[in-house]
Design a protein around this ligand. Sequence first.
Ligand code: FES
Length: 367
Amino acid sequence: MADDMTTFHALTVTDITQVADGAVAVTFAVPEELREQYRYVPGQHITLRRMVDGVEVRRPYSICSSAGAQQLRIGVRHVAGGLASTHINRALRVGDLVDVMPPSGRFTVPFDARHRKTYAFFAAGSGITPILSNLSSVLEAEPHSQCLLCFGNQTVASTMFADELLALKNRYMTRLELCFFLSREFQDIPLFNGRLDGTKVQALIPTVFGARHFDDCFVCGPGEMIDEVSAALIGAGVVDAAHVHTERFVAGARPDSIAAATAAAKTAEETGAPMTTVTVVMDGRTRTFRMPQSGERLLDAGLRQGLHLPYSCKAGACATCRCRVTAGAAHMAVNHSLERWEVEAGYMLTCQSVPTSGTITLDYDVR
Ligand code: FES
């Protein structure tokens, strides 16, 4: 693993703008010497690290700016009880320094000015953040392509980036079509009331989609919405399955469940449970530690041993903790981010994996 991809750098907050009730967009200045490292493609995310109430908090946030924008900007919705999102929405100030990991993620396709494609984007709530990045990038980069955005929210006031979307519509009048769905406010046209789910997609086929076949569809939101919308699109034959691109927003592991697994691991060690010797190869160095086969995740065990292993969401969604198992075996409970070829090639997410062999080698240097 290139060390610089998981190294945090302190970036200065240059702007905080409210983009809906309970949601802000935060812009960071990227100094000249870090430009290359923080160059991003649409749909990628960055991981923020802050100390909040004496606890280190890491969270991935999607970039909302387009690939052509000269800025690094993320969208953050306040989540009730969420340490990081509450801090960012209420306490963060322009001029603050925030530790930021360079961009990663693959929620995009290559854009090309020669393309004449038809894209459809489906977003729910804060799922609009990486969708906005992709949508504005397509509109800027592909002058002959058409875009449809279907965006579901509870109310008008909670709709993130509504003004920016309407500005895009004004700018690209003939190439962008917007459909807003509201689940807790009534609109005159019944089709646009209710949640954006599989049933809604089926209702859109004869009315909004018409005879269109989409070259690429992007879907972002909670897991259930992604599953339903993707299945409805593929089932209706309006897009090929290989051209449905998804990005899942999932809650991170609860700190108490991690603490419980850690406590169980310590007890297992004391009672002589089967142990695994874990060898970690990173940045050309090799480190070894032992952990019990008690359900504790490899990442948590490594952090407990004082290793500086990369991670962000701890929910199987961001792939920051990805490495390759080059010897031994592990069981990966959840995977929202690795592709099938990666799993087949031995890659895994350490935040979701437990060892199942007496020895295991994790290689972070092979990407
Ligand atoms: S830390 Fe995000 S997938 Fe493991």
